[in-house]
Design a protein. Structure first.
Length: 166
């Protein structure tokens, strides 16, 4: 296992829609292990492959605090979203030091392949639903900042640039 470099805001890979689905096997197993180790090292609860520079449809999540289990998902897709929505502060390992209140559905249904290539269907709510939506956004080249008002986005970008020394 190895800790990978996390791509930061401004990296082109974070803005690209991913299409490549990794194939199950030893190489994927190593990648998933690396992604979990990287995520834990950065104190995160989710990580998408583009965040470590790979344009692949792969995410890992671990929201054990909510009673869930860690999971790696290949080619995840949101197939259903609940009507009820809420706002919650989100952060991102690719935009450290910045959080913003993002409006999202409180529930969602995700279909994907598990690490072995088997189809899975996840009915998620609470923090797991939010985390899955956030990480799947990364696979579409969308950052949580894109879901904020232009004024709030500009304020957070200014804060990030100051923190990053840019």
């Amino acid at each position: 296992m190895a800790i990978r470099k996390i791509e930061m805001l401004g990296s082109e890979v974070l803005r690209r829609r991913t299409t490549d689905v990794p194939k199950p096997g030893p190489e994927l197993d190593r990648l998933v292990d690396d992604m979990f180790e990287t995520m834990y090292d950065a104190s995160g609860i989710g990580l998408a492959a583009p965040q470590i520079g790979l344009s692949q449809r792969l995410i890992v999540v671990d929201v054990k605090e909510e009673g869930g289990e860690r999971m790696a998902l290949l080619d995840p897709r949101i197939v259903e979203s609940g009507a009820d929505r809420d706002r919650y502060d989100e952060g991102c390992l690719s935009i450290p030091g910045v959080t913003g209140s993002v409006d999202r559905p409180m529930t969602c249904v995700v279909e994907a392949l598990d690490q072995q290539g088997n189809p899975v269907r996840i009915e998620a709510d609470g923090l797991l639903a939010r985390c899955l939506q956030h990480e799947i956004d990364h696979l579409e080249g969308v950052l949580f900042l894109d879901r904020l008002s232009p004024i709030k986005r500009a304020m957070l970008l200014k804060k990030y640039r100051k923190l990053a020394g840019k």
